[in-house]
Design a protein around this ligand. Structure first.
Ligand SMILES: Cc1cc2nc3c(=O)[nH]c(=O)nc-3n(C[C@H](O)[C@H](O)[C@H](O)COP(=O)(O)OP(=O)(O)OC[C@H]3O[C@@H](n4cnc5c(N)ncnc54)[C@H](O)[C@@H]3O)c2cc1C
Length: 495
């Protein structure tokens, strides 16, 4: 039986490991942390349970498919419930918008703005759906190993039809006039760490995906996906070594022959790496000559997505309201986005996202109390890097003051009984995220599709990559897809 080593128990590494074990390989997975999940980690403190990173479940069929592939019922591992309304958006001056994926409710919301904008909104959805179908077949479900996989008439024609060169905000503005609607369709590019004023317009598929395929909640939170994949892997016969960082991916004569752990080589027939690609290049393949175009200089020069500052607050009271996901836009959203991507400032007036998991699952907070997850997009470390204790304390106070002023948590400062935080430094330190960029390499046109690191490594045999910085990109379902593509590449090499 062939042995495969998987690096990292993030959702990408875990998904690849499950698939490979099911296919009959002997899988050994090595994770530097003490638990699975990577950015999909969990904090348990003072009776409160928080997901560290991802919270919004989109494209549930992709989550379920890996369990079905392994021959088990996904509902036994990741029971899901639809979230309705999906999202509430708050603006500085105007009325909030509640976004429902019930067509009747959505139509009411849109018509309350104007019939013209309702028409524009639906026209936008039709347009982006068409482009999504093209992208799904031509790019998301397809991996690239040779230049001809990309530069062939079919791919080029598909690329043209995607009309992806505009930025998200301008492309949406052609369809709707209301500023809130424009923002509501554009801001989601931040979910993958790219500016709505710069990123390829194709990423406006995200709000369409939320509306058409729903937003879900997994019982216990996102971390349930990580623990369930880890459980499934061991049930299938695979092995996971926690607290065991891989030190090197061993390449000899352009062939990957294993990894180094604690100074010793462990041999394998192939290696699938789910650790962040740019980090893996620099640290796990230290000899530049073995990694082709991915020199240290190139790695440094590539563009990275933004990062996040997070507060996980345990509150000794349960506040009114029932929305699971809420977004509060900065008064000047464009300035906020420029701070992140252009200027490298910690936003003075940040937009922020609130997540209230105990509204869906009471077991996540003590009775009559509630846990509040606060996410503030911030620049990645090459643009801004002062996360000293003093800087964190100052920014934390600013964020709490914003929450007091802008939300119904008006007396939150008097009810915080437990508190933890994550900064870009923590994402770098804990999970080896290059530059602390929470969504990996930025999906610019120059770093997408054929131009994003491939799932099959071009410079050594028997080495495959998955995860946010590889094709097709970031976000839980998309990195699960990257794992599937990496496994398919490995199978192709076996033919
Ligand atoms: C704050 C935040 C919010 C997010 N919100 C959402 C959301 O709502 N919905 C969504 O779909 N996506 C969201 N995302 C994105 C999503 O979480 C990521 O795209 C996804 O979890 C990345 O998974 P991964 O497996 O590629 O990487 P990682 O989770 O980073 O996994 C890499 C793993 O490799 C391990 N590792 C690294 N180096 C080594 C080594 N040398 N040896 C052994 N192990 C090693 C790391 O410890 C880690 O466990 C969010 C991300 C963040 C940070």
């Amino acid at each position: 039986m062939k042995k495969i080593i998987v690096v990292g128990a993030g959702v990408a590494g875990l998904s690849a490991a499950v698939r490979l074990q099911k296919l009959g390989y002997q899988v050994e997975l090595f994770e530097k942390d003490s638990q699975p999940g990577g950015k999909m980690n969990q904090i348990k403190k003072d009776g409160f349970t928080f997901d560290v990173g991802p919270t919004i479940v989109m494209m549930p069929d992709i989550y379920q498919e890996v369990f079905t592939f392994a021959g088990v019922n996904p509902d036994d591992y990741i029971p899901m419930e639809k979230v309705e309304p999906m999202l509430k958006l708050y603006f500085s001056q105007e009325e909030p918008l509640t976004l429902s994926n019930d067509l009747v409710e959505l139509t009411k919301t849109l018509e309350s703005i104007s019939e013209e904008d309702a028409q524009g909104y639906f026209a936008f959805l039709a347009d982006i759906y068409k482009r999504y179908i093209i992208a799904k077949d031509a790019f998301i479900n397809k991996s690239f190993r040779s230049v001809w996989d990309f530069y062939n008439p079919k791919s080029l024609w598909s690329g043209l039809k995607l009309r992806t060169f505009n930025d998200a905000y301008s492309s949406i503005s052609k369809f709707v006039k209301d500023e809130r609607l424009r923002k509501s369709l554009a801001f989601q590019t931040l979910y993958i760490g790219v500016s709505p004023y710069q990123g390829p317009s194709l990423y406006t598929i995200i709000p369409m995906i939320e509306l058409f395929y729903g937003v879900y909640f997994i019982k216990g939170g996102m971390f349930t996906l990580a623990t369930s994949l880890a459980k499934l892997l061991t049930e299938l016969g695979g092995t996971i070594h926690y607290n065991t960082p891989i030190e090197e991916i061993v390449i000899e004569d352009k062939k990957t022959t294993g990894v180094k752990v604690n100074g010793e080589k462990i041999s394998a027939d192939a290696v699938v790496c789910g650790a962040d690609f740019p980090y893996a290049m620099e640290k796990l393949i230290p000899d530049e000559k073995k990694r082709g175009k991915y020199t240290d200089k190139k790695i440094q020069q590539m563009e990275y997505s933004c990062s996040c500052f997070l507060l996980y607050l345990g509150l000794d009271k349960e506040y009114a309201g029932k929305n699971l996901h809420s977004i509060y836009f900065a008064d000047d959203f464009k300035q906020n986005v420029d701070d992140l991507f252009e200027l490298g400032h910690l936003p003075e007036d940040p937009s922020f996202y609130l997540y209230r998991p105990s509204k869906m699952d009471k077991s996540l907070a003590p009775e009559n109390q509630e846990g509040l997850y606060v996410l503030v997009p911030v620049p990645e470390l090459s643009k801004y890097d002062d996360w000293s204790d003093e800087a964190v304390a100052k920014y934390r106070d600013k964020v709490i003051a914003k929450i007091k002023n802008k939300t119904d948590f008006t007396d939150i400062d008097q009810h915080i009984i437990s508190e933890s935080y994550y900064t870009p430094d923590d994402f770098k330190e804990n999970f080896n995220a290059y530059n602390g960029a929470t969504f990996g390499l930025k999906p610019t046109l120059k770093q997408s599709n054929y131009y994003r690191p491939h799932n099959k490594f071009a410079y050594a045999e028997n080495l495959y990559f998955c995860g946010s910085s590889t094709h097709p990109g970031a976000g839980v379902p998309i990195v699960m897809q990257s794992a599937k593509l990496a496994v398919e590449e490995l199978l192709k090499d076996e033919e």
